[in-house]
Write a protein that binds this ligand. Structure first.
Ligand SMILES: Nc1ncnc2c1ncn2[C@@H]1O[C@H](COP(=O)(O)OP(=O)(O)OP(=O)(O)O)[C@@H](O)[C@H]1O
Ligand SMILES: [Mg+2]
Length: 257
């Protein structure tokens, strides 16, 4: 495979993405080191999900390059399925198969995508359900679980594929507040274990505590980045300060118009 770069887990260079006339990503440069946890914050519509989706090849940037583990995934000749297999993605809506049990949700992709034998897939499923604290729910159906439990199953399902990188798009936004903590605890564990993670989140305390780096996006560009204590605790840019004052004190937002 051509285009092998250095050891960065993710390298995003000059990425642009538009939908029709709407320019959503206007030249994004971002490197993520192996084992690094990067939280991406920013207002609605700033392009956070689009950026994650480009990294997972769910969207195709019209300019720029993205490397994952030194392999250029934006190379037009790349095997998209093979590259996607290396990357786990967790969405706001858990996207579990409702007609399959928890275990089946974990074993099906392993068998279909990785070609694992049934007993091997089952073993890996149990192992990963234990990691997220849900081994006891293996025979349940998604509808029988709380949202937080469903999201932990979705994380276990991604982990069962042995990804080298995990992408999270607002994994706790659809959850009742009392269920958020269990999901964040699993993500904290992954971070401690050295998983490379790119996390779009509105959980400022999580970003501040867990992220090695916080990236603030607005209007399709990275406005500032650095340690959470700096970007969230003491931002240098006016746009970051305005955003943070809104998310940290939602009651202060005035209605438009
Ligand atoms: N498939 C698409 N087709 C057209 N426009 C899109 C598409 N996906 C996203 N957009 C637009 O691109 C812009 C950025 O969207 P994106 O979902 O990346 O924002 P975001 O930062 O994730 O916002 P939020 O915090 O609300 O999730 C928005 O204006 C959105 O409407
Ligand atoms: Mg989004």
């Amino acid at each position: 495979m051509k285009s092998v770069t250095n050891a960065n887990a993710v390298e995003i260079r000059g990425v642009h993405k538009s939908f029709g006339a709407l320019s959503v990503l206007k030249g994004i440069d971002l490197s993520i080191g192996s084992g690094e946890v990067v939280c991406v914050i920013g207002p609605s519509g700033s392009g956070k999900s689009t950026l994650l989706r480009c990294v997972n090849l769910l969207e195709e940037p019209e300019a720029g390059q993205i490397f994952v583990g030194g392999v250029e995934i934006t190379d037009p000749d790349v095997d998209i399925d093979a590259q996607r297999r290396r990357i786990g993605m967790v969405f706001q809506q858990f996207n579990l198969f409702p007609h399959l049990t928890v275990t089946e949700n974990l074993t099906l992709p392993q068998r279909r995508v990785l070609g694992r034998a049934p007993d091997e897939a089952a073993r890996v499923a149990v192992e990963n359900l234990e990691r997220v604290g849900l081994a006891a729910k293996s025979k349940s159906y998604p509808a029988q679980l709380s949202g937080g439990q469903q999201q932990r199953v979705a994380i276990a399902r991604a982990l069962a594929m042995n990804p080298e990188l995990m992408l999270f798009d607002e994994p706790t936004s659809a959850l009742d507040p009392e269920l958020v903590g269990d999901v964040l605890a699993v993500m904290r564990m992954l971070a401690r274990e050295g998983m490379t993670m790119m996390v779009v989140t509105h959980e400022m305390s999580f970003a501040r505590e867990v992220a090695d780096r916080v990236v603030f996006m607005d209007g399709g560009v990275i406005v500032e980045q650095g340690p959470g204590a700096q970007v969230i605790g003491n931002p240098t840019q006016e746009r970051t300060r305005t955003f943070l004052s809104r998310v940290l004190d939602p009651a202060a937002v005035s209605l438009p118009g």
